[in-house]
Design a protein around this ligand. Structure first.
Ligand code: IDP
Ligand code: CA
Length: 493
């Protein structure tokens, strides 16, 4: 009897232990499964739409981010890009209703891309840049009509319309800088931020954190982002986008009143009849066409990089500066410092010319070779896949970029290496739109958000690790201490 009692006790404790092991294992497995499986259900996405109404064209961007992480840096990503067909909204000055209509195709696309249940809560913003700034200067009534037309269209969409405005050059520069540093996750880090160089058709912006006090309040902006203070130098040059500078350069060459223009910035063999009004009909060109009896001029190319550079240098005024130092046109600029991301037309042009990632000297040599290539050869090489207008202008645009960076902003052979020509960072376009949305939705906190103790992935691994550890512990305990078993008492005997 006594022996039987002795045998019953370990069987009883063994059974208890087995039940405990299975119970703990089941609970841990269930917790782990639920943690893993529930995640996508808990992960709610939010969306935002920004329309970039540039001088040459409009583009719609859809951004998305996980709702619970909207204050963490780098969480907002570009989900979709839709280029609006046709020209920029400022080209609708004489047909303002067309401006709003032109956006419809991209709005329809956005409706399909975003879950209909989210339409009502998705903000939509339109920001217009230098094309509309110029139209506002030239013909404010038409500019207002164009803005009303786009407001009208956007307010009738199912999205949450948050306004259509002309943004200032300062905002354009600052938001571009915020975008590249947000995507690069540079805020709040010791390594510092990256400067931003944006080249458009009608204006160009330079924005960076200077290592000197900023002398002019107009060029200074202060931000507190993710727990760090930033004083940023920014300037936007209206009329110094590449399309307006081409007009300025043509104007300088046409001042002699000639109808035949031999242009070193265009390829040899290029010859096109153009209208004077296409050069003079912009507030950027201050002179008027002296001889209005003639409508057209012939634009011929001679393809000479060095002469093209001197022709472009004439559109900059380097002679007056009332501050300690200037870029050009009397605009104060501290010396460039740190790394720079150059995007928009900087990227399109330098990427087409295959001039990214070279020394300044090599860039110049290769561009000179490209410029002296005859127009026939250029057309044969690229004509099939590149629009003729862009193709004819790459020599000019590349030379303008070099002149602006070297003579305008004072980049040297040394600091040239700090410039990266960028299109996208982690799948999102470099440009002002993302920074604009982050600012308007208050998604960039002044202080660093509390970081969670552990990432989701880390938590799952920890749970699994703990469960394995517990099981091993129980197994060892059972084997070496009590030798209890999950089998029947008969087996033990
Ligand atoms: O594929 C391309 N190759 C060359 N230039 C391009 C290409 N795509 C866009 N661009 C140019 O980039 C510039 C974009 O300027 P945008 O329309 O943003 O003007 P803004 O910023 O001055 O208002 C324009 O000059 C346009 O012609
Ligand atoms: Ca632009």
């Amino acid at each position: 009897m006594a022996e039987q009692r002795e045998m019953k006790a370990p069987w009883h404790s063994g059974k208890m232990l087995c039940v405990a092991i299975f119970f703990i294992a089941a609970v841990i497995t269930l917790v782990a499964i639920s943690v893993v499986q529930n995640k996508p259900i808990q992960q709610k996405y939010k969306y935002g739409i920004v329309l970039d109404a540039g001088s040459s064209h409009t583009a719609l961007y859809i951004y998305e981010w996980p709702a619970e992480k909207e204050n963490n840096t780098g969480m907002v990503r570009q989900r979709h890009y839709c280029p609006v067909k046709g020209k920029g909204i400022s080209s609708y000055a004489h047909n303002s209703s067309g401006a709003g209509l032109s956006l419809m195709h991209c709005i329809e696309e956005a409706k399909r891309k975003i879950d209909p249940a989210k339409h009502k809560e998705t903000p939509v913003y339109l920001g217009a840049t230098a094309g509309m700034r110029l139209l506002m200067e030239q013909d404010p009534k038409s500019a207002e009509k164009v803005l009303s037309s786009v407001k009208d269209t956007l307010s009738k969409t199912p999205f949450d319309f948050q306004g259509a405005r002309i943004i200032t050059g300062q905002q354009e520069g600052a938001f571009g800088w915020i975008t590249v540093n947000y995507l690069g996750e540079n805020f709040g880090k010791a390594a510092g931020t990256m400067g931003a160089l944006d080249l458009g058709g009608a204006s160009t912006q330079i924005t960076f954190v200077s290592n000197q006090p900023i002398e002019s309040p107009d060029n200074s902006m202060d931000f507190r982002l993710y727990g760090s203070d930033y004083q940023v130098y920014t300037h936007s040059f209206l009329c110094y986008g590449k399309d307006q500078v081409l007009k300025l350069a043509l104007e300088k060459q046409l001042q002699s009143g000639e109808t035949l223009l031999q242009d070193p910035c265009f390829h040899q063999g290029y010859s096109q009849d153009k209208q004077f009004k296409d050069v003079f009909d912009t507030p950027c060109v201050k002179t008027i066409n002296k001889d209005d009896s003639k409508e057209n001029f012939t634009h011929n190319g001679t393809g000479d990089f060095a002469q093209c550079q001197s022709s472009i240098q004439k559109v900059f005024n380097f002679s007056q500066c009332t501050s300690s130092r200037c870029s050009f046109n009397g605009v104060y600029q501290p010396p460039v410092v740190g790394t720079f991301g150059a995007f928009s037309a900087y990227y399109f042009v330098m990427n087409f010319l295959n001039l990214t990632g070279q020394s300044l000297e090599d860039t110049k040599r290769n561009l000179a070779d490209y410029c002296k290539t005859p127009w026939n050869e250029i057309k044969q090489r690229y004509g099939e896949r590149v629009k003729e207008k862009y193709l004819s202008e790459y020599c000019f645009s590349g030379t303008y970029i070099l002149t602006l960076l070297e003579n305008g902003y004072n980049f040297t052979e040394d600091t040239w290496r700090d410039i990266t020509f960028i299109d996208k960072i982690e799948g999102s376009s470099a440009g002002w739109t993302l920074g604009y949305m982050l600012n308007l939705t208050n998604m960039i906190p002044a202080e660093a958000p509390d970081t969670p103790l552990m990432t989701h992935g880390g938590f799952v691994i920890l749970i699994l690790f703990l469960s394995i550890f517990l099981l091993v512990l129980l197994f060892l305990g059972h084997r070496f201490l009590g030798r209890p078993s999950c089998s029947s008492p008969k087996d033990i005997v």
